[in-house]
Design a protein around this ligand. Sequence first.
Ligand code: A2P
Length: 271
Amino acid sequence: DQPLITFNDGASLPQLGLGVWQVPDDEAAVIVKAAVEAGYRHVDTAAVYQNETGVGAGLAAAGVGEVAVTTKLWNESQGYDRALRAFDKSLQRLGRESVELYLIHWPCPTQNLYVESWKALVRLKEEGRVRSIGVSNFNPDHLRRIVDETGVVPAVNQIELHPRFQQADLRAAHAELGIVTECWSPLGQGTLLQDPVIAAIAAKHGKTPAQAVIRWHLDSGFMVIPKSANPDRVRQNFAVFDFALDAEDMAAIAALDDAGGRIGPNPATLG
Ligand code: A2P
């Protein structure tokens, strides 16, 4: 049985999910079906990925009822009314009547609509069309502001987090507020797989570098959504429940942290 993470609203999701960023719509249908067959029970998409239709088709083709879906509100759809309409469209594309997790994709501090968007997500949760609501790429000040203004704490904050960018400050804010840390680009978009420290740990356990890095996320208590468009690698990334890293491995990976290790955009300056 795969591990679940329980949120501050009492709901749980599988700790390991499939990420489908940059997977074209038609390929998403194939890869999602393969993932469900491999045992995945959580798929993470977003309106901006333009593959919600393929994700929905893949889930329907797999024919397994209990697969959780995360999708996200795109930046151009922020604001109370626009967020509600954008959510309807995501559900239509997915072919579902509800999703397990809906996130604000980026705070977009210049646009400054994220509090209004958050109020729309709170309503969707109250209406039962979303089981849990959360955010993505929020800094501690963005998190504190939505909590102060609405009293509703996000279930998760999905952020860039991998061994070269470990986000200690943000994790401390999550711990204080009761927010689960969910990691995008957990493999550093593949760049970490060449790292000699990771390679040595992987070899020690008879695993691949990708499996060692995913195991580090699991052993750290994070939710993790590695992306692959390749069925063999999708299966490989799920074969991580038969080993654990030891204290020495964890210390070696802790030492890879680098304040300059960010790969994606900085949320403070995007939108
Ligand atoms: P591909 O889709 O061809 O498998 P991240 O989740 O950090 O963004 O990393 C995704 C990148 O890592 C993609 O380029 C993906 O390529 C690659 N990748 C995913 N899983 C593996 C794996 N097990 N071995 C090697 N590369 C992988």
